[in-house]
Ligand binder design. Structure first.
Ligand code: MG
Length: 451
């Protein structure tokens, strides 16, 4: 039997539309998802041009297994997740490729509790896909579709109830919002309105070719947002990626705020209220988060990289906040998944209480980070890591995910990519010079160990 290709990556199944991600493939995924999640499954899409083609194929597959479908239309991934939990669905499926370029699309599976499917659940879907052992309904047992029109409004009203809306309204904020032409076009401007914010929108018409900029909220892609915040003298800029599980911010001075800083700020302000509580982040997270919360007795728990792992650990340890350095913040006040809308609302609340945003950011501890990568071709990443471990002189080694080597003035993480033949090297120190040196030294070391 040929080796079975893993379909689900760190963030669902992804591929180029009509190359890997064809309607035939998605139809079969639908049969596999229906077989595994049997019952009543909620389905939604982001704004990509292939959304209807792929959603209809997915739905056809699910219905053939006898499961029913609630069609939620175009909404952010966290709005689907919220609905899956609240509506007691047996599962959910999102047609999205998040921040990937517009020619990509994907399928992401959601568990019945609204969290991203675990790797075990994904494996069971893959088992059904590869074995072809699908549930096949009789002609009179085929599932039915119910269109659901309130998912967007339910989602934004739930968020507005979870934050101090009154305080936000009193501040009469002006916010520039960049929806990256993605799914948040149907929620984010209305959430701002609900919170009494004067909102100026950029790229906030739903358009799956992403004409404004590609849907990853990087500094390069958000130049218009930065400029508009400055020109208007706005209180902040907010941008979402294509499926709006992430939110990134620009302060009132027009500075793009790296995701680890917004995570550190939100974590610190939540821990200020809940003294001594726990934050969960992947091992790759810069130390600004751990350092920022120490002042209020906050504890940091590190996990493997990947938001489903972080979310599950948060539930296990009763953590009050967690997430990733890319603007994907998990706030259990709303739900156990990355949620761009909730992140935006929480940031408005924090700035209403203690702003301006620039001063809050400047009050965070300062670290320097350097990221490099090495292509490893056919070299076995596990062999390379073993050799790095032997050669490296670290005071402590954390093997949660890759190798995190603690050095005199910081640390370096040497970690194979989950999706490409690469090793990523991520160094951090309070000194810029050390961060650079640690990254470069370990890049050289990895290169010297390859055949
Ligand atoms: Mg996303």
């Amino acid at each position: 039997m040929p080796a079975r290709k893993k379909l689900f990556g760190t963030n669902g199944v992804r591929g180029i539309v009509n190359e890997f991600l064809t309607p035939d493939f998605v139809l079969k995924m639908g049969k596999a998802i229906g077989t595994e999640m049997k019952g009543n499954i909620a389905v939604a899409t982001d704004t990509r041009t292939s959304n209807v083609m792929l959603k209809d194929a997915l739905i056809a597959g699910i219905l053939s297994t006898g499961s029913d479908v609630a069609d939620l239309g175009v909404i952010p991934t966290p709005a689907l997740q919220f609905r899956v939990k609240k509506g007691r669905f047996t599962g959910g499926a999102m047609i999205t490729a998040s921040h990937n370029p517009p020619q990509f699309n994907g399928v992401k599976a959601i568990s019945t509790d609204g969290t991203e499917a675990s790797s075990e659940e994904e494996e069971r879907i893959e088992d059904a896909y590869y074995s072809g052992n699908f549930v096949v309904a009789e002609w009179n047992g085929v599932g039915s579709v119910t269109p659901y029109f309130d998912a967007a409004s339910d989602y934004i009203s739930a968020i507005a109830e979870k934050v101090n809306s009154e305080l936000i309204r009193e501040r009469k904020f002006t916010v520039v919002l960049d929806c990256s032409n993605g799914a948040s076009a149907y929620t984010a401007p209305y959430l701002m309105e609900l919170l009494g914010v004067r909102v100026v929108t950029l790229n906030s018409q739903a358009q799956g070719s992403f004409p404004g900029h590609e849907s990853e909220p990087t500094p390069e892609n958000l130049k218009d947002l930065v400029r508009t915040v400055k020109n208007l003298g706005a209180d902040m800029g907010i941008a979402h990626d294509g499926d709006a599980d992430r939110a990134v911010f620009v302060d009132e001075k027009g500075r793009y705020i790296p995701g680890e800083q917004s995570l550190a700020l939100i974590a610190r302000e939540i821990i200020r209220e809940k003294h001594g509580a726990t934050v969960v982040v992947p091992v790759s997270t810069p130390s600004v988060v751990e350092e920022a919360i120490k002042e209020f007795g906050g504890k940091t728990v590190y996990t493997r990289v990947g938001s489903p792992v972080v979310a599950r650990k948060m539930m296990e340890v009763g953590s009050v906040i967690g997430g990733e350095e890319n603007g994907g913040i998990i706030n259990p006040q709303m739900q156990y998944c990355r949620d761009g809308g909730m992140t935006a609302a929480k940031m408005l609340e924090i700035v209403a209480e203690r702003g301006p945003l620039s001063a809050l950011i400047d009050s965070l501890p300062k670290f320097y980070t350097v990221k490099l990568k090495v292509e490893i071709a056919d070299n076995n990443p596990a062999d390379i890591l073993r050799k790095v471990r032997e050669k490296a002189s670290a005071s402590r080694v954390d093997e949660t995910d890759g190798l995190k080597l603690f050095l005199d003035e910081g640390w370096v993480l040497v970690r194979p990519s989950g999706t490409e033949p690469l090793i990523r090297i991520f160094a951090e120190s309070r000194s810029e010079k050390n961060a650079k040196k640690y990254a470069e030294d370990h890049l050289k070391l990895v290169k010297s160990l390859m055949s």
